[in-house]
Design a protein around this ligand. Structure first.
Ligand code: ADP
Ligand code: MG
Length: 451
């Protein structure tokens, strides 16, 4: 292994010890400058990273390097331009560019289980918004294939579904490494079905899935309209279920609200335990931020956490994003930001969110949610599949933006204001009676604010 390879291998392992953001911040543009007589010199871009690496990461770096190359006796850090630019290190580049969810295809993922070891229970914060899903997940670990089978977890984007599902898989794998666990996204399952059919390997595909002890399928809302895949999943489900194997699904909405899904599959989704993940309350958001900061070995003044937690409410991923921005400020200016500075630095992220909502966005998001075209939603159609989403869009315009009834009517293809009043009243009344409508609306709202 030459020095560059040694450094790449070290970085690859370091990723398990450092969060993605920390990794990008502290290890970008680092390299090995020299390696002579047991002394290895790591080049870093500035004195701030030098200090940071020396204080926070030197132990773990030394340990990893020693494991890779026993000849190294000492590691020093020096500000210096990397000899070999990041360009020549495709692995590192790839890692730095990846988005959190894309990491799933990255190097860290376990090849057999397809699980990312980053997602564990120990770094999953539990609050009122997700405690049901969390408790059900723990129940599965105690008694897989029994009480909660299948488990169906649903909730909006960035609220921890993937994290939780993978944590179950990782924990199960740790406790029973001999068992077969498989995590798969719905897209991947779909493309598996398609290529199995194309290559005439349907039997092999089936038996591979039917051998699993725990099957986790993420984001099943993407199966909408995919008949062949649904059929395959239905039979796989039955085969596993009959053998008492555990199945876990996630979706961005409840089984009832997934469009174009066969009834028999829907009834399977609903046949075990359904747990929703809502929005984290203020205290939980604060706890999440502090835990993430701790993972990154950083600490900001209390007011900064509170500011972020009170302004970002609907998405854990966005909380992380805001924290990363404050961290970026710190590494850019070589000092901890004051609350004032953090606020200024976060201005775009936080302001955009609240001013970004407009009638157009509501129409777009409602159409997308119900898998309709925007013009169908606006046009005069009286089809049931369109009428209700249209009423919901009208309701949201009134509720979120306080639009006038004539304005709402006009937006929907020049309808009369009485139509808008009728729609808003109807949905409001239904909301009092139906919990699942409340869920549905909260998912749509999340899209409206999040996207
Ligand atoms: P989803 O699959 O629901 O879109 P993810 O599981 O990808 O959301 O979560 C988005 C990000 O937020 C991930 O980085 C995840 O680790 C983090 N996250 C979500 N929920 C929690 C939680 N309860 N505690 C800690 N981190 C969380
Ligand atoms: Mg996900």
């Amino acid at each position: 292994m030459d020095t560059q390879e040694l450094w790449q291998a070290t970085l690859a392992q370091l990723q398990f010890h450092v969060s993605k953001a920390g990794f990008a911040t502290w290890f970008k543009n680092t390299s090995i400058l020299s390696h002579k007589e047991g002394e290895l010199v790591v080049g870093v871009p500035n004195s701030f990273s030098k200090e940071w690496l020396e204080n926070k990461y030197s132990k773990v770096i030394f340990k990893i390097i020693r494991e890779l190359n026993g000849e190294v006796k000492e590691v020093r850090y020096m500000v210096g331009k990397p000899e070999a630019l990041v360009k020549e290190a495709p692995f590192l580049q790839q890692t730095l560019r990846q988005e959190p969810q894309l990491e799933l295809q990255g190097l860290k993922v376990n090849k057999t289980t397809n699980l990312n070891p980053r997602y564990t229970f120990s770094n999953f914060i539990v609050g009122p918004f997700n405690e049901l899903a969390h408790a059900a997940s723990l129940g599965i670990l105690k008694n897989p294939g029994h009480s909660y089978n299948p488990l169906f977890v649903y909730g909006g984007v960035g609220l921890g579904k993937t994290h939780l599902l993978q944590a179950v898989g990782n924990q199960f794998f740790q406790e029973s490494p001999q068992k077969k666990i498989r995590y798969v996204s719905s897209e991947r399952f779909t493309s598996g079905v398609v290529s199995a059919i194309r290559n005439r390997q349907v039997d092999a595909f089936r038996s591979a899935y039917r051998e699993t002890d725990v099957l986790i399928i993420d984001d099943v809302q993407f199966l909408a309209g995919k008949d062949k895949t649904q059929e395959e999943l239905f039979h796989t489900f039955n085969a596993l279920y009959e053998q008492g194997k555990q199945i876990i699904f996630s979706s961005d909405r409840s089984p009832k609200a997934i469009p174009a899904i066969e009834d028999r599959l829907r009834s399977r989704f609903e046949g075990g335990m359904i747990a929703d993940i809502g929005h984290p309350d203020f205290e939980t958001r604060l706890a999440i931020l502090k835990t993430k900061a701790q993972e990154l070995s950083i600490e900001f003044e209390e007011g900064i956490y509170e500011y972020i937690a009170s302004h970002i409410q609907r998405n854990v991923r966005e909380l992380e994003g805001a924290l990363n921005r404050v961290l970026a400020f710190q590494s850019l200016h070589n000092k901890k930001p004051s609350l004032q500075e953090a606020k200024a630095f976060l201005k775009n992220v936080i302001q955009d969110k609240s001013t970004n909502v407009n009638p157009r966005k509501i129409i777009q998001m409602v159409a997308e949610f119900y898998d309709l075209k925007e013009r169908e939603l606006i046009a005069a159609s009286r089809k049931k599949e369109v009428v209700r989403p249209r009423q919901i869009a009208m309701f949201l315009m009134r509720d979120e933006l306080k639009c006038s009834y004539p304005f709402i009517g006009k937006k929907f293809g020049g309808k009369d204001h009485t139509t808008a009043i009728y729609a808003c009243d109807k949905i409001a009344k239904e909301l009092d009676e139906s919990e699942s409508l409340a869920d549905e609306l909260s998912l749509i709202r999340q899209r409206v604010y999040g996207g």
